[in-house]
Write a protein that binds this ligand. Structure first.
Ligand code: 6R9
Length: 658
């Protein structure tokens, strides 16, 4: 790369933590010093949050980098830690999950009931010949059985691979084949956008191509008709009839817990492998620290899908290991109305809300008056994850949802990191809108140049992680070489330039004058305009700061004069007129607005006003597809797209120049 990422925008607003929250916070400022003093001792202390059947002998074995072993010699059962021990401690009647189905049906599941369900499911897995070392694919909607299935796998030592319900036949079958799974757990369907949406036909087609699958366990959710094969078993005829007694067995700290596939931009999906003791230690610690969870009084709600790592770490393993009471919601945010989220917050008195920038921007587009109609006074901590949150969206979240009271934690992490790595602490950090701020205690993140040299404050470059952390990925399933090549060969010992092993995250970042970290998007998406590297995030944030804009995505398209030119796709706010001359004028205004905010080099060549943007199921904008449109190419792989009709709309608009 010719020069470090251009660092164009600046932000001076800052919000200190509320005093009462700071005074009672689970984690205070001294945690940073404690962890900096002796990092391994710090993580050993956090591992004591868990109940171990056998204590470890060594905190970290890094003798064969970058293949880490944490809590060597330790043994534990994850499901025991997430369920049984809370019941044993007398919290059996406490609500674990307030589940809200999309059509309005509800279920309340206490920890004692969860123990029964998980034990029954574990017994069924054993009956079906699934045990330690086997792989199970889970393809379910957001119903409690999704969490139960994951915990049951963990309980018997089977490694789960959750695939987003709604992914295509080919996405599902390649994941089943790569992991060589024995069992699929699925449902007849789930509810999305007000109607039942079938899952079973996709599984049937996929399983036909996957000889490794011996059985398919089917939850009846919608009651729709399903075709039946001799591999199929109903959940209610097996699990719900099984014995509720199951004795958990302890597994080694490095026993494989799950594989989760990330698609990346090219090539076949990478099966990210996580193991047991280090993973649970870090997700439990970070869930407690970042959200300041008070298990006796908080009602926590993470709006992610279980098919995303956020659902694994911050719906299932983090919250349940901490004995939290949480809300789980099946459906879409606009069913039956655009107020569904705020109605749920009000109904369950949610106190901690964890959601994604894409949803915040969508809510912004729908208008301030929708949340204004609800009592949101229960909310005390707000979280964001998945993409950089534009300062404008951050301020909207703070004012309209947090009512200028609740601190926002913008949490940076990845499937690969397992748990949150960079985030404010709600009782400690004075936050800046749009910044993930600083690495958590026990984490060493840095921003470096091409030569792996740390950049000074005010500089930009590549985000890296310098020391191993407990919930780090252990490898890419079945492909150690790809693990080395993707994450460890760019800098440091993996590249033969030093003794240190440096993890390359693939994100661009900058340090501001105070050393706070600002994430700038994927390095692959960085645009090179007349020799300047410009981040997609900064141009998008400049666009979103215009009062007419709800959401924006920018890409670099090949250009004969500048190498690449900036093409922006913009969704206007709900009330904005985009017809005829008014639309033309808005287009000119927006281009000028970016030039004024960031400098003339960042002025988009072209702006497309569009009704929607292509997103993954986890809400990330798929810039790769927009680039195909901007460069007039046929579209690449669309199998992980949330709604494939969106691309037709955008391509049509592009061709007619609208
Ligand atoms: C948890 C998750 C990882 C990529 C990551 C980065 C982006 C996630 C972010 C963020 C800026 C944040 N990302 N959180 N960028 N600020 N708070 O999203 O995992 O699906 O593997 O994606 O998401 O680009 O590298 P995953």
């Amino acid at each position: 790369m010719s020069e470090t990422l251009a660092n164009l925008s600046s932000e001076s607003r800052q919000f200190p933590p509320p005093e009462a929250l700071a005074a009672a916070a689970n984690v205070k400022a001294d945690a940073y010093e404690e962890a900096a003093g002796d990092r391994l001792a710090f993580w050993a202390t956090q591992a004591d949050r868990l109940t171990w059947a056998k204590k470890w002998d060594q905190v970290l074995d890094w003798s064969n980098p970058p293949f880490a072993k944490w809590f060597v010699g330790g043994e534990l059962n994850i499901a025991y830690n997430c369920v049984d021990r809370h019941v044993e401690a007398g919290h059996g009647d406490k609500v674990a999950i307030h589940w809200e189905g999309e059509p309005g049906d509800t279920r309340t599941i206490t920890y004692a009931e969860l123990l029964k369900l998980v034990s029954q499911a574990a017994n069924t897995l054993t009956d079906l010949g699934v045990g330690a070392g086997d792989r199970v694919a889970i393809y379910l909607p957001m119903i409690p059985e999704a969490a139960v299935a994951m915990l049951a796998c963990a309980r018997v030592g089977a490694t789960h691979s959750v695939v987003f319900g709604g992914f295509s036949v080919s996405a599902l079958s390649t994941r089943i084949q790569d992991a060589d799974a024995k069992l699929v757990i699925t449902a007849d369907g789930g509810y999305r956008r007000g109607k039942p949406s079938a899952l079973k036909p996709t599984v049937d087609e996929a399983v036909a191509q996957c000889p490794s699958i011996e059985n398919v366990l089917v939850v009846r959710r919608t009651g729709q008709d399903v075709a039946w094969t001799d591999k199929d078993k109903w959940w209610h005829e097996t699990v719900e009839q099984a014995s509720p007694e199951h004795k958990p067995q302890a597994f080694d700290a490095e026993h494989p817990l799950f594989i989760l596939y990330t698609s990346g931009t090219t090539g076949k999906p990478k099966g990210i492998l996580h193991t047991t003791g280090g993973y649970l230690t870090q997700v439990s610690y970070t869930h407690n620290a970042v959200f300041d969870l008070k298990p006796d009084t908080d009602v926590y709600w993470c709006t992610a899908d279980i098919g995303w790592v956020t659902g694994h770490s911050y719906i299932v393993y983090g919250p349940l290991s901490n004995g939290a009471t949480q809300v789980m919601y099946e459906g879409t945010p606009d069913t039956p109305g655009r107020d569904r989220f705020w109605q749920i917050v009000d109904k369950y008195k949610v106190s901690i809300l964890y959601t994604a920038p894409t949803l915040i921007r969508t809510m912004m587009k729908w208008g301030d008056d929708i949340p204004a109609g609800y009592d949101l006074s229960s909310l005390r901590v707000l979280g964001s994850v998945g993409e950089p949150i534009n300062p404008e969206a951050w301020m909207w979240y703070r004012e309209n949802i947090g009512r200028n009271r609740a601190p926002i934690v913008d949490t940076w992490w990845q499937t690969e990191t397992g748990g949150v790595m960079i985030s404010p602490l709600p009782g400690v950090t004075a936050t800046k809108p749009g910044s993930a701020m600083t690495p958590l205690p026990g984490i060493t993140a840095d921003v470096v140049d091409d030569q792996a040299q740390s950049v000074p404050n005010g500089g930009g470059g590549f985000l890296v992680l310098r020391d191993p952390w407990p919930s780090m990925l252990r490898t890419i399933w079945g492909d150690d070489q790809r693990f080395l090549d993707t994450y460890w060969s760019r800098f440091g010992a993996g590249a033969g330039t030093g003794d240190e092993w440096i993890y390359f995250a693939g994100d661009g970042a900058k340090k501001d004058e105070d050393g706070a970290l600002w994430l700038l998007g994927r390095v692959d998406d960085v645009m090179l305009v007349s020799g300047h590297n410009i981040s997609t995030t900064e141009v998008e944030s400049a666009l979103v700061s215009h009062p007419s804009v709800a959401e924006a995505a920018v890409v670099g398209a090949t250009d004969p004069t500048t190498g690449q030119a900036i093409v922006a796709f913009v969704i206007p706010r709900g009330n904005v007129d985009t017809e005829g001359d008014v639309g033309e004028q808005l287009n000119v205004d927006l281009r000028n607005h970016v030039a004024k905010t960031l400098g003339p080099i960042a002025k988009p060549r072209q702006i497309m006003l569009v009704p929607e943007l292509p997103k993954t199921r986890s809400g990330k904008i798929m810039r790769r597809l927009l680039k195909d449109v901007a460069e007039n190419r046929s579209l690449g792989d669309v199998t992980t797209l949330q709604d494939s009709a969106v691309m037709d709309l955008i391509s049509k608009g592009m061709n007619t120049g609208k």
